[in-house]
Ligand binder design. Structure first.
Ligand code: NCD
Length: 305
């Protein structure tokens, strides 16, 4: 039985197969409408979410399955002090697969070690968010036609943004991918990503503060919000929150075929005027997220059509 805690739990070939499956699901949704008849997914969300939880639920419903779960820790037995390892053993009696989001790094991993059903890490603290990365890879591959030979800019909260950590870890496996890391000094990528992921793999990268300096060279711009809930002090958050605002004026500096991605939710970092720019891909990205989660559920449950 397999779980997914990090995008590296799957080989590049396996990810390719999953993305091919997602592309077929997009083209022929009716073929997959009953693959999960009689199956249930449990969504165990100890931290707020709109997209990720509903995307898993939509994915399972599209496959003919059904959904149980909770959307906040206060309505679960965690409030009474139940451990994630006990919770997952209980959930294993109710569901065939579980997606867990938790504010503590490693909580889904602990759950997976006690689970008799596949567990999907749906985001653990500031650590990893593998299914957002599958979504991001699928979006890039669909829009650009490739995952190699790209210059990718990541902008915003690179310190606490788990989607950034997962995406960098996944992209270093493709050839000739370069990174431009755009953040204020206080929100730089953590040293374990710089040293153990980028430098250890001899990846070309630069760190810059000004978005304007990076924009002209990018094939993909991955914007992120400042992660308010992970700051220790309100003043630091207030100082950082409007550090970057991408608007139509700045977009004039970008290539015609650059795409803007964002895991969402957006706060102020992309002005709404940019939504009409054909290069704005963040809402299309949400749609790709459903197809790839359908493909992931099928893969983990070893279901085929
Ligand atoms: C991201 C997350 O939860 O890490 N959102 C998401 O899952 N789409 C990004 C964020 O919250 O900023």
């Amino acid at each position: 039985m397999r779980h997914i805690m990090s995008p590296l739990d799957f080989t590049v070939e396996e990810l390719d197969q999953m993305m091919d499956l997602a592309a077929d699901i997009e083209k022929n949704p009716e073929k997959y409408a009953h693959v999960c008849d009689g199956k249930k997914i449990a969504t165990l969300f100890y931290e707020p979410s709109t997209r990720t939880r509903l995307s898993f639920e939509a994915a399972m419903l599209n496959l003919g399955g059904s959904v149980i779960g909770f959307a906040d820790a206060d309505s679960s037995s965690a409030k009474k002090g139940e451990s994630v390892s006990d919770t997952i053993q209980v959930i294993g009696c109710f569901a065939d697969i579980a997606a867990m989001r938790h504010p503590k790094e490693g909580a889904p991993l602990v759950a997976s070690m006690h689970s008799n059903i596949p567990v999907i890490n749906a985001g653990d603290g500031g650590h990893q968010h593998p299914t957002q990365t599958l979504t991001d890879l699928t979006t890039i591959r669909s829009l650009k036609g490739r995952l190699d030979n790209l210059t990718i800019g990541l902008c915003g909260d690179l310190k606490f943004g788990r989607t950034v950590h997962s995406l960098i870890s996944a992209l270093v496996r493709y050839s000739n991918v370069k990174f431009v890391l755009i953040s204020p000094e206080e929100l730089r990528v953590p040293s374990y990503i710089r040293e153990d992921v980028l430098e250890a793999n001899n990846i070309e990268y630069e760190e810059v503060i000004r978005l304007e300096d990076a924009l002209p060279k990018l094939d993909i711009l991955y914007m992120t919000r400042v992660q308010k809930e992970r700051f220790f002090n309100e003043d630091d958050y207030l100082r950082m929150k409007d550090f970057y605002i991408l608007d139509n004026e700045k977009m004039k500096l970008a290539k015609e075929d650059m795409f803007i991605l964002h895991p969402l939710p957006r706060v102020n970092e992309i002005s709404v005027e940019v939504d009409k720019d054909p290069r704005a891909a963040y809402f299309r990205q949400v749609q790709y997220g459903v197809y790839i989660r359908m493909a992931l559920i099928m893969t983990l449950l070893e279901l085929h059509v």
